[in-house]
Design a protein around this ligand. Sequence first.
Ligand SMILES: [Zn+2]
Length: 202
Amino acid sequence: MNQKQFACYECDTLITITSINEGEVASCPRCHHHIVDKKYDSINRTLAISGTGLLLFIPATFFPLMSMQLLSVESSASLMSGISALWQTELYLVATLIFLFCVLAPLVKLSAAFFVTLGYKHKRHQHPFYKQLMLFYHHVDSWEMLEVFLIGILVSIIKLKDMADLSFNLGLLCFSAFMLCVLSLKVTLDKQMIWDDLDYEH
Ligand SMILES: [Zn+2]
């Protein structure tokens, strides 16, 4: 039976965990902080979510997010056309930040999660490259700015609604679903389980 020792992140109590089933949580007996959270059907669920997110990438970035009617002139903009407009008006820093956090970072994170779970599902996690991929995902996972940008975008849309006649397009739905997929990775992907498997094999 696999026995593993963990130190509680909150109070440093040493705990030996022998086995834990999917969907169960091991908590610290002293402070009740969660030590190991074994996620239910982690690989299949993460593969499905990251695959869906990757499929949504093109409509989320290139389809119009909304149409705006201002003084009888109607215009619509997608995420990429918005970034391009910011760049043309010499707001280089804002355009770069939006591109990094709303386009590139989510795409990289979804792709990394997709290949991590696909590799694990096809039992390729003994491959030396797999450990590098897991390390890469670990670093990407620590980029926590996505939520802030998502909230920022939603707030600006709500504010715009008072100034102009707004209608929402399919792109906004795809973009929200795309971001939801990125945020869900944190809930579904069980990194601890994958690291444990890698540790036992080396
Ligand atoms: Zn504790």
